[in-house]
Design a protein around this ligand. Structure first.
Ligand code: ZN
Length: 361
């Protein structure tokens, strides 16, 4: 059995680290294409002005437009070719980052990722999600390699809305449990191998840090300040969860998330918020201990993550509706099938109902 572990080549995290991006750009080229929305670029303009005092350096602004589509990716590759850019920078939330990843992949250029929120574990991965212009999911694009550099400025993350940080903790919450299930099942991870001791140790550490630091880190973000606790949680949300999920694999928690997206009530809830409830369902499905379930539910309650359907906007609960979610979460290709036992839509329905009752108390 083959074990595979993948990761970005370099991960840098710290307050005011964005001021050093010029040095990192110059590792590859003197000319970079910045894939960022106008509003995200405005947020970090002070940093860019400082960086551009280095006259050898040029940063072309791509002015990313909202959705990671084939058209937008092509626009970025064309721009990079015309302007002769030697490196891509993907800066912002998920979609600008995914567009930069795809454009760098097609042109075989180096890539620097700069997340401005810590809402998911996507920045470190070699996966890009493509949408239609209407914003409907189209396909997963599996890239050749992970980003060359992931640069996280915790000062910027501390000033972003706290809901993003909390949602990132929801996404990170599932990492350990999904890794544990994949290992028990001998399931494949994202690059198509088995997990390593290294990846599982990372997933365990991710969970430990969440339990220890979450409340303190949330308070820091509410005050827009950087503390050791916030640094730990940002690392858990982005690096530990990113490496953990990609190199150990996903399972029921993310499939329940995918299933929940068919209910339009849940559409204005963030990825990690749905994954948090999916994690409770995951634990019910595998009949995890009462102690573990209680720990996860009270963790979510303490920081304001959803623990029941009502928390995700689903106030009218019918058997048809929840069965539809359960069926979608068991569709072909869903990581639900990475669980160490066969899972039917009926099993998922039962687990959702029990999770909802336990979490709704
Ligand atoms: Zn996720």
């Amino acid at each position: 059995m083959k074990r595979i572990f993948i990761s970005p080549s370099k991960y840098i995290q710290g307050e005011n680290e964005l001021y050093n991006i010029g040095t990192y750009i110059k590792e590859f080229s003197n000319k970079a294409l910045l894939v960022a929305s106008i509003s995200d670029q405005e947020r970090i303009q002070d940093y860019l002005d400082k960086v551009l005092e280095d006259k050898e350096l040029e940063i072309i602004s791509g002015q990313f437009r909202e959705e990671c589509t084939k058209e937008e990716i092509n626009r970025m590759t064309d721009l990079a070719k015309v302007k002769n850019c030697g490196v891509f920078i993907g800066l912002g939330g998920g979609k600008a980052i995914d567009t930069a990843k795809a454009a760098a992949f097609y042109l075989k250029k180096p890539l620097i990722i700069v997340p401005t929120i810590a809402a998911t574990d996507a920045p470190t991965s070699k996966l890009s999600i493509i949408y239609t212009i209407e914003g409907i999911f189209k396909e997963y694009l599996f890239l050749q390699k992970n980003p060359d550099i992931v640069l996280v400025d915790t000062g910027i993350i501390a000033k972003a809305p706290v809901r993003y940080l909390v949602s990132g903790m929801g996404d990170a919450l599932s990492t350990y449990f999904e890794a544990r299930s994949c290992i028990r099942a001998f399931a494949d991870n994202i690059p198509g191998g088995k997990s390593t001791k290294a990846a599982f140790a990372i997933a365990c550490e991710c969970y430990r840090i969440l339990m220890k630091e979450a409340v303190k880190a949330k308070a820091a973000c509410e005050e827009n300040v950087v503390t050791q606790s916030l640094e730990d949680i940002v690392e858990a949300n982005i690096l530990l969860s990113g490496l953990g999920f990609e190199s150990s694999g996903l399972a029921a928690a993310h499939s329940v998330h995918d299933g929940l997206t068919i209910l339009k009530e849940t559409h204005h809830y963030l990825h990690g918020e749905k994954v948090a409830f999916g994690t409770i369902v995951h634990l019910v499905l595998e009949n995890s201990s009462k102690k573990e379930l209680e720990q996860v539910i009270s963790f979510c309650k303490n920081i304001g993550l959803p623990t029941c359907l009502k928390d995700l906007g689903v106030t009218e609960i019918t058997k048809e509706k929840i069965m539809a979610v359960a069926r979608a979460s068991c569709a072909e290709g869903e990581p639900m099938h990475n669980m160490p036992f066969p899972v039917t839509p009926e099993d998922v329905y039962s687990a959702i109902m029990v999770a909802d009752r336990l979490g709704g108390k």
